[in-house]
Design a protein around this ligand. Structure first.
Ligand code: GLU
Length: 452
């Protein structure tokens, strides 16, 4: 069964970049009839906050990205401990005693010699006696995973194609801090094994993490760590998507922090965000597709390009109008002005770029309206209109046909004074739909008043 996961760290709100990753993982799972896991990566106790966890849930809920299972890293510390022991027993973990300053100096020396700043494994050379001496001095070790340099790390990336890393060009990653807390690298692999994750889709900033994690997965598999029920004992498929950038070519601070609240306040619909992010950066056209099942069915990693995906706020506005024009009454009823029914929504919907604008047009129905001052000729025409107004299936069609026959007016001369008299505006929703909503008595009052 296809199982994907979205693994945010609750150290802030979701922004467009991680909303996109969440969506794509959701689509992969839904498309395959599989499971989508929300995994809260909260091993960093100092920076993780419960209100962010709640905000992440609320944002995913607003976007309609439902998850089948929620997991939290903070509830799984015993599993990380077990994985740590298994890797240690297999000699794949070693203690290190360098301070951050010492490591920094090492890096600077390497860089000044034109060498890549790769950890030199000095701690691996320490004897038992030297280690004991460090600890006697009160230095607690942090722990690194020992990369196997024997073979290149390879995988076939779902977006980037064949990938190859020389492990000797990577530093052995620190997986555990001196205070016993966990860094991202190992717990994530442990979770992906335990939760039976079959596809890992994330941003390309994680490509080198994947290289390291492939060795962690393999070492855990070899240590028999995947023996629990539901665990995966093969590697997940990996795919890394190009990052989002703004129109200027990089993800600006403002765009990078743009999240659901900002979208909601601007009247951007969840379906607009879904339609845009489902296809941005792919070879498929970005269109106002409100049918999520259709977007999901057409979602395909093979259509993703390697170039950064350009996020353009004007696209968002354009798409939003296209989406709003398709939204059914039930989807927006709670956000419409009081008294506005399905017929009202249908009448004004084509004129909206945002749902909230429905109220402005609805005022044309409920009034009061202020018509312009008319020339005498138009006044006479409107007085005649008031007498000719009849009420049936299609009062606007009947009125305009009768007036055209009676006065010889046509086009703008026929329609504009009527629209102005009836709505106070010279443009707006289709009069054929508006007039029945205004109602016979009120329409007559408005025509008579305009004629006066
Ligand atoms: N918590 C990690 C992040 O937000 C998850 C990365 C992953 O998908 O493995 O970057």
């Amino acid at each position: 069964m296809t199982t994907t996961r979205f693994a945010p760290s609750p150290t802030g709100r979701l922004h467009v970049g991680n909303i996109r990753t969440a969506l794509h993982n959701w689509m992969l799972a839904r498309q395959a009839g599989g499971a989508f896991i929300l995994r809260i990566d909260d091993t960093d106790a100092a920076r993780s906050r419960e209100d962010y966890v709640e905000a992440i849930r609320a944002d995913l809920g607003w976007l309609g990205l439902t998850w089948d299972r929620e997991e939290r890293q903070s509830a799984r510390l015993d599993r990380y401990e077990a994985a740590f022991e298994a890797l240690r027993a297999a000699d794949r973990i070693y203690p290190c005693y360098e301070s951050a300053q010492e490591l920094d100096v090492k890096r600077k020396i390497q860089l000044s010699r034109g060498l890549p700043p790769i950890y030199d494994r000095a701690a691996l050379q320490l004897s038992e006696v030297e280690r004991a001496a460090k600890e006697a001095e009160g230095t607690q070790p942090h722990w690194r995973f020992l990369l196997d340099h024997a073979e290149p790390i390879v995988w076939d990336d779902g977006i980037r194609g064949p990938q190859r890393f020389d492990p000797a060009q990577l530093s052995d990653p620190v997986i555990r801090r001196a205070d016993g807390s966990w860094l991202y690298m190992m717990p994530s692999a442990v979770d992906d094994i335990d939760m039976g994750v079959t596809q890992v889709l994330r941003g390309e900033d994680h490509v080198s993490n994947t290289a390291v994690q492939i060795q962690i997965f393999t070492a855990l598999h070899a240590a028999g760590f995947a023996a629990t029920e539901g665990a995966a004992n093969t590697l997940p498929a990996f795919a890394h998507e190009a990052l989002l950038v703004g129109r200027e070519g990089k993800l600006s601070k403002r765009l990078g922090s743009l999240g659901c609240d900002a979208f909601r306040e601007r009247g951007i619909e969840p379906e607009t965000i879904i339609a845009l992010l489902a296809r941005l950066g792919t070879s498929q056209p970005v269109e106002p597709i409100a049918d999520r099942a259709m977007l999901t069915a057409s979602f395909d990693l093979a259509t993703f390009g390697r170039a950064p995906a350009k996020f353009d706020e004007e696209d968002l506005e354009r798409l939003n109008a296209g989406i709003v024009h398709q939204l059914p009454f039930e989807a927006v009823a709670a956000r419409l002005p009081e008294g506005m029914d399905a017929a009202g929504w249908h009448a004004v919907r084509p004129n909206l770029a945002h749902v909230a604008e429905a109220a402005e047009w609805w005022r044309l129905v409920t009034g009061p309206i202020t018509p312009p001052a008319f020339e005498d000729e138009d006044k006479a025409f409107l007085a005649q209109a008031a007498t000719m107004l009849t009420w049936g299936e299609n009062p606007w069609g009947a009125l305009t046909t009768a007036l055209k026959d009676a006065t010889g007016r046509k086009g703008r001369a026929l329609f504009l004074p009527l629209r102005q008299a009836l709505t106070g505006m010279d443009h707006g929703p289709d009069m054929g739909e508006l007039l029945p909503l205004i109602g016979e008595a009120e329409a007559r009052v408005r025509l008579v008043r305009a004629a006066g």
